[in-house]
Design a protein around this ligand. Structure first.
Ligand code: FEO
Length: 389
């Protein structure tokens, strides 16, 4: 088999983007990413599953052309309409007579984003199949993973699942999962950034695929999982919102007073046996933070007051964390101010709608003294008790 042949007649034809450093103008990509596409050659028909980011269309062309003339592609399977996977649809549609296969919602987006004529679109529903000759594609509607139109494609004979964004990781390195030692950590950060807001839909999708025999998972970002049990086991926990005896502490500090309070909180939680991750927001990689939010039971926010409000970095972080909808249940808040408070009021306004139970909050003028430190330890112990349930 060729190096990029996953199974006889199933080829990886996507592109590696080693140099991309930001996704959605938000998520850091310290190790780049890939835009995976897969060519499936049946005895009678040929299907291309997903395409690539438009800047990499020439790479897709070159990789597909090693296996077949692009004009011979019969079906273009669009699992997801986002441009990192569908950006080359116009090129493939122009170079071939392919029929685009998508969900009902996907069909609409293909017309809006890529001007695909309706007569060249085949709409599919849950359980529909497409026979290529010795290779059968089965479609599984999996909405909101990560747009409303998303679906998975399952290659029955080879037992390969192509779930697009689901089960992905942002890594340009590695062809298979076992070639990237810390892949699960990277996949967790990716889940936190992209899938956690749609966790409930993810859990439904996990139920849908529970009955499938899966030998391989070919996601649209990162390595192919040829040991799929590992990522499947993790996704079962992450989509259910299973948390650990763990707290994430995020803070920003101007004169190190808030930082000292957070350090004391971290030490208190450590002493109580709680796993702690502490992030200074001036240097935090959002992917790392998002990964830790996936399974933390509590959050502690620390910020000084800046002109009557939380520090802008803290406002940004809380806005983002709320959008990611992590499964934590408990919280605490620590703040130091110079001449007038306000951060606590704003934190309450922002966090109350999340339903999080605030175990304690402190807003102090200047550095924390003996009494305040005593109170921090009390809150830390109370928080640890809640975390341990
Ligand atoms: Fe990788 Fe939702 O696109």
């Amino acid at each position: 088999m060729a190096a990029n042949e996953m199974r006889p007649g199933v080829f990886m034809v996507g592109a590696r983007d080693w140099n991309r450093r930001l996704f959605d103008a938000l998520d850091p990509l310290p190790r780049g990413t890939t835009y995976n596409a897969y060519l499936v050659k049946g005895k009678e028909k040929i299907a291309l599953i997903d395409t690539v980011e438009p800047r990499f269309t020439a790479t897709l062309d070159a990789n597909v052309s090693k296996q077949t003339d692009i004009s011979k592609i019969d079906y273009l399977i669009m699992n997801h309409a986002e441009p990192d996977h569908s950006g080359s649809i116009p090129y493939i549609m122009e170079k071939s007579k392919a029929v685009l296969v998508a969900t009902e919602k996907g069909a609409k987006l293909a017309q809006i984003y890529y001007n695909v004529p309706e007569k060249r679109i085949k709409k599919v529903k849950d359980g529909d199949t497409l026979k290529l000759g010795g290779k059968t594609l089965q479609f599984i509607e999996a909405p909101w993973l990560h747009w409303p139109e998303t679906m998975f494609t399952y290659l029955q004979e080879d037992k390969i699942l192509f779930p697009c964004d689901f089960f992905g990781a942002h890594s340009a390195a590695g062809v298979y999962d076992d070639e990237v030692p810390d892949l699960l950590e990277m996949a967790k950060g990716y889940f936190g950034e992209i899938m956690m807001p749609f966790r409930l839909m993810g859990a439904k999708a996990m139920e849908k695929i529970a009955g499938l025999e899966i030998d391989m998972i070919g996601p649209s970002h990162g390595p192919v999982h040829r040991n799929p049990k590992k990522i499947l086991d993790e996704y079962k926990k992450w989509t259910k919102g299973e948390t650990r005896e763990k707290a994430v502490l995020v803070y920003v500090t101007m004169w190190n007073h808030t930082e000292a309070m957070m350090d004391l909180m971290a030490d208190t939680l450590f002493a109580e046996g709680i796993e702690v991750k502490l992030y200074n927001l001036t240097t935090t990689d959002l992917g790392d933070l998002a990964g830790d939010l996936v399974d933390s039971r509590a959050i502690v926010l620390g910020t000084p007051t800046v002109m009557g409000n939380m520090h802008p970095l803290a406002i940004n972080a809380v806005t983002l964390i709320k959008a990611l909808r992590p499964p934590f249940k408990y919280g605490a808040f620590l703040s130091s101010f110079g001449w007038g408070g306000g951060a606590l009021r704003q934190a309450q306004d922002m966090l109350t709608p999340t339903g999080i139970e605030m175990v304690g909050a402190i807003e102090v003028n200047g550095p924390a003294g003996k009494d305040t430190n005593k109170k921090i330890i009390e809150i830390g112990k109370a928080l640890a008790k809640k975390i341990k349930g």
